[in-house]
Design a protein. Structure first.
Length: 212
């Protein structure tokens, strides 16, 4: 039995090290190779230096089934913006909801509410669709939230537009399939939908990265 010459064995070992440490991607698992990302500019970029208020409107039928949905969604959007836009001043949604209950105004004017709280910007979210159960399978949960999004600029000059209409938000949770209707699953699906909705709304106001 013959053995490799010492010099040949060393050459083979070094060549193996080059393959491993020299940047040869063939030996790197695909899961560890990150996909290229691109920066996405905000649809509206004036929130960081402004005092802003989040106002959610839902129709009476939705409020009958989900009486706190306006406050809940406003809180989730508020909390997401507070993390991403640390320099922005945001009005507490609980104060806004308390004002709405005291004034008994089911369809408040965003600019009137904004002035009540000395806000410069009002993010107005009008719910077009809100459901937690799958309409095609009542025993299953699949949340759907759709809303129009606009910004009322209360500091705009008279010759500038005061209302800026942004792209609507439409989310499903889970994205595919559904969950069996139980109290625990209902809470989880609702929270997941709120988090996803809040992220989609908040992303309209700050730069972020997404995969190509």
């Amino acid at each position: 039995m013959t053995h490799p010459r010492p010099g040949l064995a060393l050459a083979i070992l070094l060549s193996g090290l080059v393959l491993v440490s020299g940047g040869c991607n063939l030996l790197i698992p695909i899961a560890l190779i990150s996909n290229p990302k691109k920066k996405v500019a905000p649809e509206y970029d004036k929130l960081p230096d402004a005092r802003s208020l989040i106002l959610v409107w839902a129709d009476p039928a939705t409020l009958f089934d989900y009486p706190h949905v306006q406050l809940e969604l406003a809180m989730y959007v508020h909390d997401k913006l507070a993390v991403e836009l640390r320099s922005a001043e945001l009005v507490d949604p609980a104060l806004v909801e308390d004002y709405r209950e005291r004034t008994l105004d089911g369809s408040p004017d965003p600019q009137v509410v904004g002035r009540e709280f000395d806000a410069e910007m009002v993010i107005y979210l009008e719910l077009l669709q809100f459901q937690i159960r799958d309409p095609d399978a009542p025993d299953y949960l699949r949340a759907e939230i759709e809303a129009s999004v606009s910004v009322h600029n209360l500091t705009a000059d008279p010759d500038e537009p005061q209302i800026h209409h942004l792209k609507p938000v439409h989310v499903f949770f889970p994205a595919q399939g559904g969950a069996l209707l139980t109290s625990a699953n209902s809470a989880q699906v609702r929270q997941g939908a709120y988090l996803l909705f809040a992220e989609e709304v908040a992303r309209k106001f700050y730069e972020y990265e997404e995969e190509y």
